[in-house]
Design a protein around this ligand. Structure first.
Ligand SMILES: Nc1ncnc2c1ncn2[C@@H]1O[C@H](COP(=O)(O)OP(=O)(O)OP(=O)(O)O)[C@@H](O)[C@H]1O
Ligand SMILES: [Mg+2]
Length: 275
C-alpha cells in the first residue's frame, strides 16, 4: 500500500529541466519516453513548458486541448490526455502567457480533481520544463520526486545549470539532482563535463549531484528532429538512441532513495500548494 492507500506502485515523477534553453530537454523527454515504453513501462509526459510547449510536435500530433483547458474547467482530463505512442500519453502544455501562481483557488481545485481521475496506471511521469529559473520552472521541479538537469559542454550551459541548481537549493531546499550530459563527444567527455559541474556545486553549495548518463552529439538525432521524427524510433541503432536506451535502463532499474516525495497525486498537490 502506498501513502494514498492504493495497492499499485507509485508513479515515479521526474522533471527534465535546464538552466539554458536548447540543450535537448524536449528531445530527451520524448525519446526517453519511447524507450521506457519499449521496456514495458506506461509513461505519462507532462509538457510543462507552459508558454511554448512542443512535445506534441516531436510526436507529430496536434492536440485539440491542453492543460489550460483542464484548469479552466472546460474539458475532462481524459479528453486532454493524448496517446502519442504505444504506452506513451501526453498532457499537452499549450502556448501563451501562463503563470501557475495566477491560478485561482477554483482553478487549483479543478486541476486536482481532474488529475486525480488519472489513477495510478502510470509507472513514470516525465515533465518537460521551460529553461531557466522562472516560477513555473521552480514549482514543477520542486513538486517532482526527482530533478534531472540537462547540461551541455557549452560554458553558458554549465553556468546556467549551476545557477538553476543554486536557486532550487536556496529557494526550494532541494539537495539532490540527477545530471544528464548531452551533446558530448564520448563517455569520457561526459564524465569530464559532470566533474566540472559537480566541482563548482561542491565548492559553493550543500547539494549532491548524480551523473545518470551522457548522450553524444549526434547528427542523426539532429536530422530526425528536423524531419519531425524521433531518433529512437527511426534509427534505434544510432549512437544517441543507444545512449538514451541506457538512460532508460538506469531510470527503470533504480529506485529513488528518498521515498518522501513520491506519487502522481502527491506531485499535483505539491504543485498547487507551491503556486
Ligand atoms: N545529442 C544531440 N545531438 C545532436 N543534436 C541534438 C542533441 N540533443 C539535442 N539536439 C538538438 O538541439 C536542438 C534543441 O533540442 P531541444 O528542442 O530538445 O532542446 P530544449 O532543451 O527542449 O530547448 P528549449 O529550451 O527551447 O525547450 C534540436 O535541434 C535538437 O535536435
Ligand atoms: Mg523544449
Amino acid at each position: 500500500m502506498n501513502r494514498h492507500g492504493m495497492g499499485t506502485a507509485r508513479t515515479r515523477v521526474i522533471s527534465i529541466t535546464s538552466g539554458k534553453g536548447g540543450v535537448g530537454k524536449t528531445s530527451i523527454v520524448s525519446n526517453l519516453a519511447l524507450q521506457l515504453a519499449k521496456e514495458g513501462k506506461r509513461v505519462l509526459i507532462l509538457d510543462g513548458d507552459l508558454g511554448m510547449a512542443n512535445v506534441d510536435i516531436m510526436f507529430g500530433v496536434r492536440p485539440q486541448y491542453t492543460i489550460h483547458d483542464i484548469i479552466k474547467g472546460e474539458v475532462e482530463i481524459n479528453e486532454v490526455l493524448t496517446e502519442v505512442a504505444r504506452n506513451v500519453y501526453l498532457i499537452p502544455g499549450g502556448s501563451g502567457v501562463f503563470a501557475l501562481q495566477n491560478m485561482s483557488v477554483f482553478e487549483k481545485q479543478t486541476l486536482l480533481d481532474q488529475v486525480s481521475a488519472l489513477g495510478t496506471g502510470f509507472d513514470v511521469m516525465l515533465i518537460d520544463t521551460a529553461p531557466g529559473i522562472d516560477d513555473n520552472v521552480l514549482y514543477l521541479n520542486s513538486a517532482a520526486q526527482e530533478i534531472c538537469v540537462i547540461v551541455t559542454p557549452e560554458p553558458a550551459s554549465i553556468a546556467d545549470s549551476y545557477a538553476l541548481i543554486k536557486v532550487l537549493n536556496q529557494r526550494c531546499k532541494e539537495t539532490r539532482f540527477s545530471i544528464i550530459c548531452n551533446e558530448v563527444k564520448d563517455e569520457a567527455d561526459g564524465a569530464k563535463l559532470f566533474a566540472k559541474l559537480d566541482g563548482v556545486a561542491q565548492k559553493f553549495l550543500y547539494v549532491s549531484l548524480d551523473h545518470v548518463g551522457s548522450i553524444p552529439s549526434d547528427p542523426v538525432l539532429r536530422q530526425s528532429t528536423r524531419a519531425q521524427q524521433l531518433v529512437c524510433k527511426t534509427n534505434p541503432d544510432a549512437e544517441s538512441s543507444r545512449a538514451i536506451l541506457k538512460l532508460a535502463h538506469k531510470f527503470r532499474g533504480y529506485e529513488p532513495a528518498h521515498e518522501c516525495k513520491g506519487g502522481l497525486q502527491f506531485f499535483w498537490e505539491q504543485l498547487v500548494r507551491l503556486a
